[in-house]
Design a protein around this ligand. Structure first.
Ligand SMILES: Cc1ncc(C[n+]2csc(CCOP(=O)(O)OP(=O)(O)O)c2C)c(N)n1
Length: 626
């Protein structure tokens, strides 16, 4: 560890030679690899961006100059260079470094990110704001991947930047991969040019030829480098950027620190929006990750020598149960189609894709479009299922309201990663969906308490003549045998699991398991609570709630969603005029940090012990649970 031990901050890179910078990059890559193989994390993107990060910090002066990382999963080298090498091995763990840039963690992290395609908007705001306030002394570089460029927000920002002619540097880190190979016409456009060595030669020849044209060539050069680049862009993928008002520099080898530095310096001198097109290899430097970058996009701990995953929980996850039931539905009904926003793998659609390739649409990182596109499919007689993470559907809220619910169009939303996701932290926790879905008229909102129930719910939703959202948690695996016959669940009905008295514990989703376990503890203390699986957040089973309120002096709700506006709130609103005493358990009104899910839940009092203890506190004459 020669170079790295001498680096206290990014300014230490300024005096290094190219060879020293490359040695530093090699050491950083080693640190990332050895740490992620132990604790897991976003490996492939970070490995691919090491040289780019070193080059950026060697020509910029952070924090005066600002690097805005899109998504932020590729910023591990940035963390290591900006004073966090020593604690890098705590990344994504409880109390440790965040897995994404985090502005509360370092002055070098301009903003916290996690959701894609926002970097150019932030960057444009930073440059314009600095100009308006008269403090325009730092430079701003946005780094986004080709995957992030499939998101509409990135285009919206470019559209504005091109008109304003704001001096902003955008580095397009093109590795042809989103999580899986990138999709869309734009990527095909980038690939077409890049893969044709003849065209690259032609562009270089053209540059030389222009210079030799009497009068024009000299004039082109005297007008500046970006004019020359514009001319080259006619024969490369750059034309499209030029048309949007961006000067184009590329294609630069993203593992050649010297070439990167030259391109970045040139970009910063351009004085108008400029896009530096960089080609990198996702997973660079670790063979298994280069060969199978999708597998190592986000990974758990693995054996470095052969890339094999270390043991993980056995059983079937909710994601898998969803994927299987959708395949089953698709076999039965040719109208069933699946839509993903760049998350085929994460949402369990790989089997579906293999069996029905023509009925799976990966729209890119374009959640807003995914929702409206699904509505269109439905209008055309299909049965669209949008499989999406709870946190990413936030982006398409308006589409849910306007373009689906208000139109009463049957679309099924399968919301994975609901509740706390653990290591990825607050940008990825699905903490809000019950609240933001519940307020939409006409939308049915369900949450299963088991993998089997999820399958019944998907079956129910596909047969329902209106929009439905089903939300379920990440990862949790349980022994599972596929129900032979799928049941239709009556819309808006809860299920009483245990008849008791005094207290009714009503769980929703993972809250049901907590309710049952808390009930066991309470039984040992002499109380026999009623336990209910809420199943629906909308419509609520108001008849059952009224009955419970008549027969139980106390009701407890348990959910893995923020209390503000969630399931418990719905119950409270309904029972506002009843004398029943209501206690709600759920996520607090603050952003929850990253870390092991169980530990986070324990901190928040979402354990059977904490719930049982809180119930007993208010129950005179019964033993306390310690
Ligand atoms: C709005 C949103 N949707 C989905 C994701 C999930 N996601 C994380 S990284 C990623 C792929 C990003 O690809 P790219 O920008 O090319 O970066 P690379 O990993 O290839 O470096 C996706 C889809 C996200 N972070 N944000």
């Amino acid at each position: 560890m020669d170079q790295l031990s001498r680096i206290c901050g990014p300014s230490d890179l300024h005096s290094l030679t190219i060879a020293e910078l490359q040695a530093l990059a090699d050491e950083i890559r080693e640190v990332i690899l050895s740490c992620v193989s132990e604790v897991g994390g976003h490996l492939a993107a970070s490995l691919g961006a090491v040289e780019l990060t070193v080059a950026l910090h060697s020509v910029l002066s952070s924090p005066r100059d600002k690097i805005v990382w899109d998504v932020g999963h590729q910023a591990y080298a940035h963390k290591i260079i900006t004073g966090r090498a020593e604690c890098f091995n705590t990344i994504r763990q409880y109390g440790g470094l965040s897995g994404f840039p985090c502005r509360f963690e370092s002055e070098h992290d301009v903003v916290g990110t996690g959701h894609a395609s926002t970097s150019i908007s932030y960057g444009l705001g930073l440059v314009e704001g600095a100009r308006l306030s008269g403090h325009a002394d730092g430079r701003v570089v946005c780094v986004l991947g080709d995957g992030a460029l499939t998101g509409g927000v990135a285009f919206e920002a470019m559209n504005q930047a091109g008109q304003l002619r704001t001096p902003l540097v955008v580095v397009l880190n093109d590795n042809q991969m989103s999580i899986k190979p990138n999709v869309g016409a734009f990527q095909l456009h980038l690939n077409r040019f890049r893969l044709d060595p003849g065209l690259t030669r032609l562009r270089e020849d053209m540059e030389r030829t222009i210079a030799r044209i009497p009068a024009i060539g000299a004039r082109a050069y005297s007008l500046g480098k970006d004019v020359k680049e514009s001319m080259k862009a006619f024969l490369g993928p750059g034309l499209i950027f030029e048309e949007l008002g961006f000067a184009y520099i590329g294609v630069v080898n993203g593992h050649d620190i010297g070439a990167l530095r030259e391109a970045l310096r040139q970009a910063m001198d351009t004085g108008r929006p400029v896009l530096v097109h960089v080609r990198t290899i996702k997973g660079k430097g670790y063979e298994p990750a280069e060969e199978r970058p999708a597998e190592y996009h986000g990974t758990g701990p693995f054996e470095r020598s052969n890339g094999e995953r270390k043991a993980h929980a056995s059983g079937t996850t909710y994601t898998e149960a969803f994927g299987r039931v959708l395949v089953r539905a698709a076999r039965r009904d040719p109208r069933v189609v699946a839509i993903t926003a760049a998350m085929t793998q994460g949402t369990g659609l790989e089997e579906f894709e293999a069996e029905f390739p023509g009925r799976l649409y990966d729209v890119g990182i374009a959640e807003e479009h995914a929702v409206v596109f699904a509505a269109g499919l439905s209008l055309a007689g299909m049965k669209p299922v949008v499989a999406i993470y709870s946190t990413f559907l936030q982006r398409a809220f308006d589409m849910l309201v306007q373009d689906v619910a208000l139109q009463h169009i049957p679309v099924v939303f399968a919301l994975d990663r609901a509740g706390l996701v653990g290591d990825d932290g607050p940008t990825h926790h699905g903490a809000f969906d019950l609240s933001y879905l519940r307020l939409i008229p006409d939308l049915v909102v369900m949450a299963p308490s088991s993998q089997a129930q999820l399958q019944h719910m998907v079956h129910t939703a596909l047969d329902y003549d209106g929009p439905v959202a089903i939300r379920y948690p990440r990862g949790l695996a349980a022994a599972f045998s596929e129900p032979k016959k799928l049941k239709k669940i009556a819309i808006g009905t809860a299920e009483v699991l245990r008849e008791g008295r005094e207290v009714a514990l009503i769980g929703i989703g993972t809250g049901v398991g907590l309710a049952l376990a808390a009930a066991d503890l309470l039984a040992a203390a002499g109380l026999q609570p009623t336990v209910v699986d809420g199943r629906f957040v909308k419509p609520l089973d108001t008849a059952l709630l009224d009955e419970l309120a008549d027969t139980h002096p106390r009701i407890v709700t348990i959910e893995e969603n923020v209390l503000a506006g969630g399931f418990g709130s719905a119950v409270a609103e309904h029972l506002a005029d009843s004398p029943v005493r209501l206690r709600r358990f759920g996520l607090p009104d603050r952003f929850v940090a990253h870390g092991d899910r169980e530990r986070l839940l324990a901190d928040l009092g979402l354990t059977p012990e904490a719930i049982a203890a809180a119930v007993l506190e208010r129950q005179p004459g019964l033993a306390r649970i310690s």
